[in-house]
Design a protein. Structure first.
Length: 357
């Protein structure tokens, strides 16, 4: 739990340090910075870190800093990569009560920082707050954000970790998160050995140390989708491998602090194994055998979850292999019926076993 945090009584507004890493996103910078500076109810400082962009990002950043004293700029002479850039801002620079990392191509919604910091002011045990972050396609107009908070859900950190392990995937985009700066700097920043899933690992690390809050009914940020993003360029198998590495990192380091760590790790690995097999099944249905690494997906599933052969997706994949990709689309209803029958049989046996029958 965060320590030495009590609700303020001096009337001072919460301070928020906002880090905006930028690489070749100079044309997005003004909109992002404006969405931060326009936040009400908090005192913000902004740091734009240009990671040696080959475009005019540095010039745009310097112009924005000249227009508003709340904006600072760090310019890298050589490209340091996203992890080092993130940590430079969050660990070395941030000094506000709370911190935010938002990419130069994303936006905060009106009131996002006031809503999040109010929850942490009232709940000293909360390490970070997040909310919904609608995705929008590059070139599209921003949708109208929802800004009327309906409720706040506060999880015990390990309860939230349980949910994330059962999902087997990251539930956060990133720009919608506000963290407690002191806790961020105590537990460290993004791990360089997890270049693709460092964010997911870090949110789980927060949950090991503190509670987690979610804002219901509101949009906290807008997350832009476009071809230049790292997350859109990874194939499913590679994504699963990196995702598993993030979960493994948490349990390797913090198993002694997580009750039922082995069970939670098993949940995550089972979910990812099922996803790998499902993707292999879809390759048969869509006749994309040549472009889908089916052997790698099956190998991943077997390595992640020793009981892979008992999963319904495994038997669904075997059925598809028997009938072949040409007949698979026509026989899919029969395949699904067989898989569902096997699932019902397994559930029946488990119920009888619990009842001692």
């Amino acid at each position: 739990m965060p320590e030495n945090h009590v609700p303020r009584t001096d009337g001072r507004r919460p301070s928020v340090s906002v880090v905006i890493p930028c690489y070749k996103y100079g044309h997005f910078l003004p909109g992002c910075v404006s969405s931060v500076l326009d936040q009400e109810g908090v005192d913000v400082r902004v740091l734009v870190i240009d990671d040696a962009s080959p475009d005019d990002s540095a010039q745009v950043a310097l112009r924005l800093a000249a227009e508003d004293p709340r904006v600072e700029v760090h310019l890298h002479e050589e490209n340091k990569g996203h992890i080092a850039t993130y940590n430079e801002g969050l660990i070395d620079w941030a000094d506000g009560d709370y911190s935010v990392l938002i990419s130069a191509d994303d936006f905060l919604t009106p009131g996002a920082l006031a809503r999040a910091t109010a929850v942490m002011e009232e709940n000293p045990g909360v390490g970070f707050v997040y909310g919904h972050a609608p995705w929008f396609e590059d070139g599209e107009s921003l949708p109208e954000p929802r800004t009327d908070l309906t409720d706040v859900k506060v999880w015990r950190g390990l309860e939230w970790l349980d949910v994330v392990c059962r999902r087997g995937s990251n539930v956060i985009s990133s720009p919608e998160v506000v963290v407690r700066t002191s806790l961020q700097q105590a537990i460290g920043g993004y791990r360089a050995d997890l270049p693709h899933t460092a964010d997911a690992e870090m949110w789980m690390r927060f949950a090991v140390h503190a509670d987690v809050a979610y804002l219901k009914g509101v949009d906290q940020a807008f997350y832009r989708i476009h071809a230049a993003q790292m997350s859109t360029s990874r194939v499913p198998h590679v994504d699963l491998v990196h995702r598993k590495a993030g979960y493994d990192a948490i349990f390797d380091v913090y198993a002694d602090r997580i009750p039922g760590a082995e069970r939670l790790s098993r949940f995550a690995n089972r979910k990812m194994a099922r996803e790998a097999l499902w993707r292999a099944c879809r390759a048969y249905e869509r006749r994309r055998m040549d472009s889908t690494p089916i052997d790698e997906l099956v190998s991943f599933a077997e390595g992640a979850y020793p009981e892979t052969a008992r999963l319904p997706e495994y038997w669904g994949l075997r059925w598809r292999g028997l009938v072949g990709p040409q007949a698979c689309p026509y026989l899919q209803p029969l395949i699904l019926s067989a898989v569902h029958k096997r699932i019902r049989t397994q559930l029946m046996w488990r119920r009888w076993a619990r009842q001692g029958i």
